[in-house]
Every structure is written in structure tokens, then in C-alpha cells.
Design a protein around this ligand. Structure first.
Ligand code: ATP
Ligand code: MG
Length: 308
């Protein structure tokens, strides 16, 4: 299962599609001659770019984009009875990006990162330490790193402009910005997705600590629709159920390897220096790729096919 080709880092020219925008990981295309504001369809292409500690790393992880696309497709299907999603086709896409591209309904994206947390970690824990609350939900005292929360919490954040950080806001602040009815629907849907996904992941020995969803309104008929990627290692924290221990930082299934190398003496990089991290050596790239593939295989129960 060696990679079939070099990592895809930049947006390739694709017949029938015009490149519209670059995200951190994905490239968005519209049908040739159309523009993003008016298009009814988009092509979402996941590249092999990877970031850690807010830096984009070189040289990228071969097949990472395929893994992310495969995992998203799996979840979109598992969740289809809870929420409609943007996928039109994974097959009817340009040959060159097959496996990493999805033809999707164009959505008017809602400017909110719909975060749901089942465990306390990351910025949620920082908020808890400061306020005793996360996303405006008051929590009992005495919770520690990786504590399971009494119930899954909707803890939205703003969708930051390129290069800026997302900012956690309370549910009430989200309601003020977007309207109470919409935020109530997003809250309910996001938690329903979490509950279902957490069950499925648990059957595979994986704890879903938290995840982030993005919704939009379908241009065709206004339906509230799940977009972007879902429940991938990039948008979620997956922990190994076997190794779970309250009170300590849990190793993540995918990026931990890269993070550990970057902060080890071997990399020669000082995280506090503000300088770009060094190029990843081939064995770090290969082992990180293995971790992403393992996440795909454990979650979907299918073997990863680099040709597929
Ligand atoms: P991050 O997801 O980490 O916050 P980003 O937003 O820069 O970073 P990418 O996921 O690389 O993200 O890029 C995908 C972009 O495409 C996002 O801005 C997302 O909102 C947008 N998008 C996803 N699905 C659709 C869709 N069906 N219609 C229109 N835009 C979409
Ligand atoms: Mg995104």
C-alpha cells in the first residue's frame, strides 16, 4: 500500500471546472465559466496538505486527501437519516482527482463552526478553567483534562478569516448573531450527529472527544444541509478507547506522531521561536500516512485502497 503518486499540494487544473478558492486543506472549484456566488454545484478537492501548531508543513502526506474524503463519505452515509448532506457524487468527478474529490451542492455556508464536545480538552478546557463554563454551559467543579462531560455540549465558534483564529462564543452570542431559531436547529442537529457518531466510533474502539461541523443552505431549495468534511481526523479528536485515562493529554490517533517529532530534539525546531518548522523527513511522512490510513480502516471497517 505504498503511495501511488506524490502528495497533492496545490490546486490542479481540472477539465470542466474553474478553481474558485483555497481553504487550509481543500480546494473549491465551480463549473467552468460560473462563479462561486452563483454556482449551483461545487467540486470539493481534498489536498494532502497537513498543518500542526498552526503551521502548514512540508512536504504533505501522500493520500491524506483521499483518506479524508473516504472518511467523510462514510459518515455522510451513516448520518443521512439525521441530516441531509451536500454530496452529489464521488464518482462523477475528473479522473485526476478521483478518490479525493466530491461533487457537491453549492451551499451558502453559515458563518459558524458547529462544535460539539463530549470530553473536556483543548480550548474548551481553557474556557472551563477560566469561567467554569464552556460555550455558556456551566459545568460542575473538579473536571480535569480529558474528563467526560455530563452530556454532549454545543460550543460554537466564529469562522475566522484566513490566518485568524476561530473564537469560541456562547450559544447566546450565536443566537444574537444568527437568530435563535437557526441556532436551536444547529445545536440539535450537531448534538444528534455527535451521539450517533460517538456510538459508531465506540464500536470500533475509538472515543470521539469532539468534532466540528459546517452547515449551509442549499442554493436550490434552501434546505439546511451538512457541508464541508465530517468527522475526519482533521475536524475531530479521536482517542483510542484502550489508552483513555482521565487527567492527562490523550495521544491523538493521527497527528500525534508529527507533533511529537516536531517538538523532539530530532527536529531541531523550537516551537516558541515563531519560525517555520523544518521539512518532515521521509520516515515521519510515511508513519503519519500510516496513521491516517489506520484511522480510515478502523472507522470504516474497510481496507484503504490507494488506487480507489
Ligand atoms: P477549516 O475547515 O480548518 O476551518 P478552511 O475553512 O480554510 O479551514 P477547508 O476545509 O480547507 O477550510 O476549505 C473548505 C472551504 O469550502 C470552507 O471555507 C468551507 O466552508 C467551504 N465549503 C465546504 N463545502 C461547501 C459547499 N458545499 N458549498 C460551498 N462552500 C463549501
Ligand atoms: Mg474546513
Amino acid at each position: 500500500r505504498e503511495p501511488r503518486s506524490a502528495p497533492l499540494i496545490t490546486a490542479p487544473a481540472l477539465p470542466g471546472w474553474d478553481h474558485a478558492v483555497s481553504g487550509k486543506v481543500r480546494e473549491l472549484y465551480v463549473p467552468a465559466g460560473e462563479d462561486l456566488a452563483g454556482a449551483r454545484e461545487v467540486l470539493v478537492v481534498a489536498t494532502d496538505r497537513i498543518s500542526a501548531y498552526d503551521f502548514s508543513l512540508a512536504p504533505g502526506i501522500p493520500d491524506k486527501g483521499r483518506v479524508l474524503t473516504g472518511i467523510s463519505l462514510f459518515w455522510f452515509e451513516q448520518l443521512a437519516d439525521i441530516v441531509p448532506n451536500h454530496v452529489i457524487s464521488a464518482d462523477d468527478v475528473p479522473e485526476q482527482v478521483r478518490g479525493r474529490a466530491l461533487r457537491c451542492r453549492a451551499l451558502d455556508m453559515i458563518p459558524l463552526e458547529c462544535v460539539v464536545r463530549g470530553y473536556l480538552t483543548g480550548s474548551g478546557r481553557a474556557d472551563y478553567e477560566r469561567d467554569g463554563a464552556v460555550g455558556g454551559h456551566t459545568l460542575p467543579a473538579g473536571l480535569v483534562e480529558a474528563s467526560r462531560l455530563p452530556r454532549p455540549l454545543f460550543t460554537p465558534s466564529t469562522k475566522a478569516e484566513q490566518g485568524e483564529h476561530d473564537e469560541n462564543i456562547t450559544v447566546d452570542q450565536a443566537r444574537e448573531r444568527l437568530g435563535g431559531d437557526l441556532v436551536d436547529r444547529l445545536d440539535e442537529l450537531t448534538r444528534a450527529v455527535y451521539v450517533r457518531a460517538q456510538q459508531i466510533a465506540a464500536e470500533r474502539g475509538i472515543l470521539l472527544a469532539d468534532t466540528k461541523l459546517e452547515f449551509g443552505f442549499s442554493r436550490a431549495d434552501g434546505t439546511l444541509t451538512l457541508g464541508d468534511e465530517v468527522l475526519t481526523p482533521d475536524s475531530s479528536r479521536f482517542w483510542s478507547a484502550d489508552a483513555y485515562r482521565e487527567g492527562v493529554a490523550q495521544p491523538s490517533l493521527d497527528k500525534q506522531f508529527v507533533r511529537d517529532w516536531l517538538t523532539s530534539d530530532a527536529s531541531g525546531w523550537d516551537r516558541t521561536s515563531g519560525q517555520e518548522p523544518p521539512e518532515l523527513p521521509p520516515d515521519v511522512v510515511a508513519q503519519t500516512r500510516d496513521r491516517y490510513i489506520e484511522a480510515f480502516e478502523r472507522l470504516t471497517g474497510r481496507e484503504f485502497d490507494p488506487e480507489g
